[in-house]
Design a protein around this ligand. Structure first.
Ligand code: HEM
Length: 375
């Protein structure tokens, strides 16, 4: 692998990143806009995040496509925000853009306590370690089948044929969703996160209509399962859960969207970004092939390296700038991560070796984290 010539797209990528590095070093801090879509489309975000993290980790951005906001880019401050819920709320949304009032999608990720924890408890067992162990055989079988079905010696679409296919098959299993219709889950995930103008839907009306179809489909599944004994799939769990069984249809849809997007967008982007990283760093690919025992480290490292969650929003409920700075002083007094590794959040370090000893926040810190964390 390391002896093959570098493919053209990797050369172009390296050139783009070098340009971004130069620009990020000298650009005025106020001109950096970490929510700019084009930054991510060009995969050029990292040097700008690094610059913010180093020069002003709590920075005020006066204007952007989502209006004015503070960006918080260092490990300590993110951890602080993530663990001070009284001051930093997840309501009304954790995505950047403000809500469109005419189609609210209440979901537990965007709720504060106590409702957040009650609803989370209903869904979390689906990804509890024991259950994931039960899934291991089927995940392996599907991964092998998908990889074996790929054409040899001709181009194919990795995102479509591998990342999306494997992710969607597993998502269908978690919902006990009809396998033959599984690509509808992929579509609903894309529609839920895609606003008009991004190539997914033409209008808000189309988005609303397609998500209403999602609700109708899942309402049938709910109606079938609510009168049966509880089963271990997400629809049955929501239909029987004490804090979810009386949800309004819109709240059911909101939580479905959370679980569909949470399960789909993240995993498929990790699989794709991980493959790209192994191609960008063929020496790491060689190391991996020589010693498959590094795979668990590689997985954590990929989630950190190619984080599929570029931003999380919190809404400050009080004047928190003084609070954050105070806590930073305190946190800075504590020794940094083991082996002298610099703590950081998002962004990347310069090598892609195992994450052992690193202290990073790709999946969220305690109190607010992926349902995979903390059971
Ligand atoms: C590479 C894979 C994944 C990454 C990097 C990831 C990342 C995250 C992060 C950072 C959060 C916290 C959001 C916050 O701060 O409010 C989160 C929450 C969540 N994720 Fe994931 N996730 C992944 C896979 C999944 C999967 C496979 C599912 C479902 C099957 C899922 C479902 C959820 C749910 C339901 C929440 C909300 C939890 C809560 O509010 O308590 N995620 N995820």
């Amino acid at each position: 692998m390391s002896s093959s010539p570098t493919p053209w797209f990797l050369e172009a990528e390296a050139e783009r990143i070098a340009e971004a590095e130069d620009d990020a070093r000298t650009i005025d801090l106020d001109a950096i806009d970490p929510v700019s879509l084009s930054l991510f489309q060009a995969n050029a975000q990292d040097p700008y995040f690094r610059r913010l993290r180093e020069d002003d980790p709590v920075h005020y951005h006066e204007s952007s496509r989502v209006g004015p906001y503070w960006s918080v880019t260092s490990y300590e401050q993110i951890k602080f925000v993530d663990t001070h819920h009284g001051a930093f709320s997840s309501e009304p949304v954790v995505s950047l853009a403000d809500l469109k009032d005419d189609f609210p999608l209440p979901m537990f990720i965007a709720m504060d306590q106590p409702k957040h924890d009650r609803q989370r408890k209903v869904a979390a067992p689906i990804v509890a370690p024991r259950n994931l162990q039960n899934f291991e055989a089927i995940i392996r079988k599907r991964a092998i089948e998908i990889l074996e079905s790929l054409p040899v010696g001709e181009p194919f679409n990795w995102v479509e044929d591998v990342s999306i296919e494997l992710t969607t098959q597993m998502l269908a299993t978690l919902f006990d969703f009809p396998h033959e219709d599984r690509r509808r889950l992929t579509r609903w995930s894309d529609v839920a996160t895609g606003s008009p103008g991004t190539g997914i839907v033409e209008s808000h009306e189309q988005r609303r209509q397609e998500l209403t179809e999602c609700l109708e489909y899942f309402t049938e599944l709910w109606n079938e399962r609510v009168n049966e004994p509880p089963k271990f799939d997400l629809v049955s769990m929501l239909a029987h859960g004490e804090s979810t069984r009386s949800m309004t249809p819109q709240e059911y849809l909101g939580n479905l969207v959370l679980l569909i997007v949470g399960g789909n967008d993240t995993t498929r982007n990790s699989i794709t970004g991980g493959l790209l990283a192994l191609n960008q760093y063929p020496q790491e690919f060689d190391r991996l092939r020589a010693d498959p025992s590094v795979i668990p480290n590689m997985v954590s490292e990929i989630v950190r390296w190619q984080t599929p969650v570029p931003h999380m929003r919190r809404t400050a409920l009080e004047d928190t700038r003084a609070l954050v700075l105070e806590e930073t002083l305190y946190v800075d007094g504590v020794p940094h991560a083991p082996h002298g590794a610099r703590r950081h959040a998002g962004g990347r370090q310069d090598d892609s070796r195992g994450g052992e000893g690193r202290d990073v926040v790709p999946l969220g810190e305690p109190r607010r984290a992926c349902i995979r964390e903390r059971g």
